[in-house]
Design a protein around this ligand. Structure first.
Ligand code: HEM
Ligand code: SF4
Ligand code: SF4
Length: 385
């Protein structure tokens, strides 16, 4: 069944999941909330980001050093050192971002290992990769906003890397810096990108969920409390600090890497720019293409479920149970004893057979798997246990 994935990996994952069930029960098993965990961190990021936004000032002025100097760096410094609970909110925002990356990667691994990414799930896979890339870029723009020496190095590295792109390079650089050089407008652009892209994640998530009838997007409250408690432990054990204030006349070169968001800069520093873009663009496209061979190699092409018109009572069970919103209940034709009739949207049907199991009236079949065959298979399986 899990043909494209080493069976040992699938077995190990399922064994760990089973062991976790024994300890935490399946209601609180985080394995069952693998997609809901990054979604939870997204809400935490929105809330903490909103609070930070209220005090953030997107300017780079540092022409003079006086007590009255107001710029991005000093506003972040104010949030961290003076504002009541400011350091906690900043820490939560930073660590929730790290946690979101970790949980997205674990979520992607989980759907890959359990073979839930191929065929009709390709839309979730592709939108998932795009979401991951967006999250990485949003995190990087967050690092620019602090406007310490690291922000300056990252900004310069990004604008040089963009400029090196053929044809679009100079335009992209001007868009990124919001002009020909780093100015106050650059930082307002970073803030706009950071917040604008964060909100567009919601549209990406809508695309990610639209083919699923009941995506699990919220962990139980007990898990949420634990997640927040773990974030707070990190906030207090490893408080977030800024580096030295950026000075655009200086040439800082080294900076501390955050391995969750800034690893592309490590690559950029260690390879030729062309090679970097080939790797980043090629890698992203290759990841998006992962589910596609299965669309062509499917041993049994998907054949949509079919309703047996004269048996359907319009009870709607199949429509409620279908995981892919492939069954619509429509008014039954005139003269029918029933009010509704199930109809299958073939383009949405995965051929999973859930509706066949849901129908108590033998009124829906898969063309290559009749209801009677399914029942016979289940009986045979039950007897071998
Ligand atoms: C912002 C990041 C992401 C969030 C918040 C997210 C959230 C979710 C949620 C809530 C589900 C439903 C899970 C369920 O009901 O069991 C889901 C399903 C899925 N996700 Fe993601 N996801 C994200 C990124 C990704 C990435 C990076 C990938 C892979 C490249 C991915 C691939 C999938 C697939 C294939 C499914 C369908 C799994 C199934 O039908 O069982 N997602 N996602
Ligand atoms: S086989 Fe049935 S339950 Fe599965 S997707 Fe198709 S209509 Fe929905
Ligand atoms: S479950 Fe069966 S009887 Fe009920 S609406 Fe669906 S096809 Fe018709």
């Amino acid at each position: 069944m899990y043909s494209s994935i080493p069976k040992g990996m699938t077995d190990l994952t399922l064994a760990i999941e089973k062991a976790t069930n024994a300890v935490l029960t399946n209601k609180y098993n985080p394995f069952y909330y693998h997609g809901a965990l990054p979604q939870f961190y997204l809400w935490v990021l929105f809330l903490s980001g909103l609070l930070l936004f209220a005090y953030y000032i997107p300017t780079i002025d540092n022409a003079y050093f006086s007590e009255n100097l107001v710029n991005a760096w000093t506003s972040v410094d104010y949030i961290t050192d003076t504002l009541p609970f400011g350091a906690v909110v900043r820490g939560i925002h930073r660590y929730a971002g790290d946690a979101m990356v970790i949980t997205i990667v674990l979520h992607a691994l989980r759907v890959w290992i359990t073979d839930r990414y191929r065929q009709y799930r390709w839309t979730q896979w592709v939108t998932g990769i795009v979401l991951l890339l967006m999250v990485l870029f949003i995190g990087q723009t967050g690092y620019y906003l602090v406007w310490d020496e690291r922000s300056l190095v990252l900004t310069r590295m990004t604008s040089s890397a963009l400029e090196a792109l053929p044809f679009v390079g100079p335009g992209l650089k001007a868009w990124f810096l919001n002009g020909a050089a780093i100015t106050n407008l650059t930082l307002s652009n970073f803030l706009f990108i950071h917040i604008g892209l964060s909100f567009s994640l919601l549209f990406g998530l809508w695309l990610h969920y639209v083919r699923m009838t009941r995506p699990v997007i919220t962990p139980p409250p007990a898990i949420n409390y634990i997640l927040v408690a773990v974030l707070l432990v990190f906030v207090f054990l490893l408080p977030i600090t800024s580096g030295k204030m950026a000075d655009i006349n200086a040439q800082p070169t080294s900076f501390e890497i955050d391995w969750f968001f800034l690893w592309p800069y490590w690559l950029l520093a260690h390879m030729d720019t062309t090679m970097y873009w080939v790797l980043m663009i090629g890698g992203s496209v290759a990841l998006c293409l992962v589910p596609f061979p299965s669309l062509y190699k499917a041993a049994h092409p998907v054949e949509a479920a079919e309703v047996v018109l004269n048996k359907c009572t319009g009870c709607s069970f199949c429509s409620k149970d279908c995981p892919y919103q492939a069954i619509e209940m429509v008014p039954a034709p005139a003269g029918s004893r029933f009010k509704l009739l199930a109809t299958v949207k073939a383009y949405r049907c995965s051929g999973c057979g859930v509706c066949v199991g849901a129908c108590a009236f033998d009124a829906i079949d898969l063309p290559n798997l009749l209801d009677t065959d399914v029942t016979a298979k289940i009986k045979a399986l039950a007897e071998t246990k």
